[in-house]
Design a binder for this molecule. Structure first.
Ligand code: SF4
Length: 331
């Protein structure tokens, strides 16, 4: 690992100034992803600005909005009474992520910024447009079992990337209409979660619309009708400590058996959390039934593209959608 300077700022403003004034500086919080990237030589910041002592851990609810500080730990948020009561979908998604040890170290801000788990990205001997734009994509034509089926058109991009966003939390946050509160040298702004993560386009090396010198302060989760009929379904190779092959966040508001409102978001299928807008439209106003769920899943799959080793996702994904909807509406 390349030697680096360590700096512990006293205030949020101090932290932002430290990163804004040094193009080689980077924020660090839980470090569960960043340290691994540094050990492997994928990133080599000259200075780490440690934000762990800044006052960004609070979880509170005011005027129908639950605010979660960027430094709140994944485990703390998952088990917090406000989250369990008002946003149980988030509790489920956080509990599905990583392992108990990692959830006790990883922060909400860091989870938003998790890098893909594409194995070619982590192997500096192999080409990867996300790590080194223009070098090629090892996964296209390689082992691409974990990779995207939506939001990719490699033939249209000079720097194709078929990686997926690895976070479970991000899938639930998109279903819950979350805003990300950030601060930079020019002040604060809010970014809707739907606009926070990017598709790869020509710049797969850029995962989010956060500026380099902007610090995530926290997320704001508005109250919603999705407090009862919710389910986060994660399909993975083993029961714990594995990333999603596909995942589905299903949240519904029912009037008897009729669907008044619904959110369907998928993980493990695209470069960003993938909301199934057309499937949602098809579900609203319908009476719940297997046929209605199957029709929605069929609509959701329009435009899916598979590669050599992830064709199984074309069958697994609609089944996961149907299963998540069935479970969410079963109680
Ligand atoms: Fe790199 Fe993306 Fe290709 Fe993986 S899929 S090798 S991250 S360019």
């Amino acid at each position: 690992m390349k030697p680096f300077q360590y700096y512990r700022p006293k205030t949020i403003k101090d932290a932002i100034t430290a990163v804004a004034s040094d193009p080689d500086a980077q924020f660090i919080a839980g470090g569960t992803n960043l340290i691994e990237l540094m050990k492997r030589g994928i990133v080599s910041p000259g200075k780490l600005v440690d934000i762990n002592h800044l006052p960004l851990k609070r979880i509170e609810r005011r005027q129908g909005i639950t605010s979660v500080g960027a430094l709140a730990l994944n485990s703390e948020v998952a088990s917090h009474k406000l989250i369990r009561q008002y946003h149980p979908l988030l509790t489920q998604a956080l509990h599905a992520g990583a392992s108990g040890q990692l959830r006790n170290m990883a922060t909400i801000g860091g989870n938003l910024l998790q890098k893909t788990r594409c194995t070619y990205f982590y192997d500096t001997a192999l080409p990867c447009n996300k790590r080194t734009p223009g070098s090629g994509c090892g996964a296209i034509g390689g082992i691409n079992k974990q990779h995207a089926i939506f939001g990719v058109d490699e033939k249209l991009s000079k720097n194709p990337c078929i990686a997926v966003n690895p976070s479970d939390m991000n899938v639930a946050l998109l279903a819950l209409d979350v805003q990300v509160l950030v601060a930079g040298p020019g002040g604060q702004r809010k970014i809707a979660l739907a606009d926070f993560h990017r598709l790869p386009g020509e710049h797969p090396d850029v995962d989010t619309n956060l500026e380099r010198d902007e610090l995530i302060l926290g997320v704001e989760i508005p109250d919603s009708v999705f407090t009862k009929h919710v389910h986060y379904l994660k399909v993975r190779d083993r029961a714990s400590y594995a990333f999603a092959l596909v995942s589905v966040a299903a949240a519904l508001d029912l009037d008897q058996n009729k669907i008044k409102a619904v959110r369907l978001v998928m993980g493990g299928v695209a470069h960003k959390p993938w909301r199934l807008y057309e499937a949602e439209k098809a579900l609203v106003g319908q009476v719940i039934s297997d046929a209605v769920f199957e029709q929605a899943a069929s609509i959701a799959m329009q435009g899916a593209i598979a590669y050599e080793h992830n064709t199984y996702k074309l069958k697994l994904t609609p089944q996961a959608i149907i299963q998540a909807l069935k479970i969410a509406t079963s109680f």
